[in-house]
Ligand binder design. Sequence first.
Ligand code: ATP
Ligand code: MG
Length: 420
Amino acid sequence: MIPAERHGLAVKDLCPHTTEVVRRLQHAGYEAYIVGGSVRDLILGKVPKDFDVATDATPDEVKVVFPKCLLIGRRFRLAHVRYRGTLVEVATFRGPGRSIAAGHKHADGRILRDNVWGTLEEDAVRRDFTINALFMDPVTGEVRDFVGGFEDLAERRLKLIGDPVTRYREDPVRLLRAARFVAKLGVEPDPATLEPIAELGGLLEDIPPARLFEEVCKLFLTGHAARTLEALQRFRLTRVLFPTLQPGRQPGKADIRPLLRAALLNTDERVEEGKSVTPAFLYAALLWPAVQARHEALMERGEPAYMALQQAAEEVILKQVRRTALPRRFSTVTREIWLMQYRLNRTKGRRAMRILSHPKFRAAYDFLLLRAEEDERLAELAAFWTQAQKERPSTQGEPVKRRPRRRRSRSRKRGGQGRQ
Ligand code: ATP
Ligand code: MG
């Protein structure tokens, strides 16, 4: 138990809505705490992106306290409580229980389902890292710590709870979470937590691609992408996540080109400035070297350039999504960004200018700028499109007016010109 004066976390800094949710659960006779990343981030003086609550009330009991809440999730059942516009995730304490004995564990040690309720202490030890297992009572201001997480946090130490190899095997995504926390929080894994990572990376091959996609978004679209890549490289996890990247000199590492580094720094800046970021652009940058290599190989075989680019794009996306999915609404844009690079080579004539009104022009242009950082021969082309936008600002985002066509083209026109 760590009293408020020691952790320096003021109750007034907490989200008042989350505090109210906890208060109501406690009032109804349950135990309830703020938990996980939010407590950790607050102690570090960072602003948490969301607040999670853990309680001994079951989801059905939470529903009685908050009749309008939604019960969600299959792997873990959770209650989503909306209080004055704030979404609070309320999870019931989970324990090791009978789920494992009952065959919910995969032959390789992976936990497939663990909806077995437990006590506060059991809920603490089933969490991944000690710094993620702190429970705060916002009413008394006390922090409950069963695993030494508070001290680890003070010493910026990342430590898995329990035997690291067992815990990584249970859920290999913890390997990626280790890299993420190193990048995001500036913590350093203790030797026992660090040592098995590189060797166990292969376990990620068995994780459903959709879950890895979610993880990729957390790794690269939350403001610390550049440092995340460094951590993945150091932990030799880059290539298991992105098998399409060119291998680096050491196993597990990838050969990182300047374009990707620039793209990641750029993404981090955008997050910092509160601008939107998209997996479509991230994947475009990640997979570009593979697309280029394949494009060249296909052209050497005599494929016409544009068709070769289309085919290369298709093949590379297909290979990558088998590991980390990319929903179609994004992969369509990724492909468009690449194919538009080809169209951006054309700078002469009215037709060439039409691309300025393409809804994805801006993304394609940003991508061209990144390519120009890597290849100085593209500087002139990039400058041309910078200038073209200044000269024709009114066309931005609007369809370019065209002369009326003869009837024959009508049906084609209705089909659209790639605008959405
Ligand atoms: P972030 O600030 O990025 O959200 P977080 O620690 O809150 O980081 P979440 O994915 O939101 O991460 O998970 C909330 C909490 O649930 C964690 O702090 C941890 O206690 C627990 N948790 C999440 N994923 C796992 C896992 N794979 N294994 C064990 N515990 C986990
Ligand atoms: Mg969280």
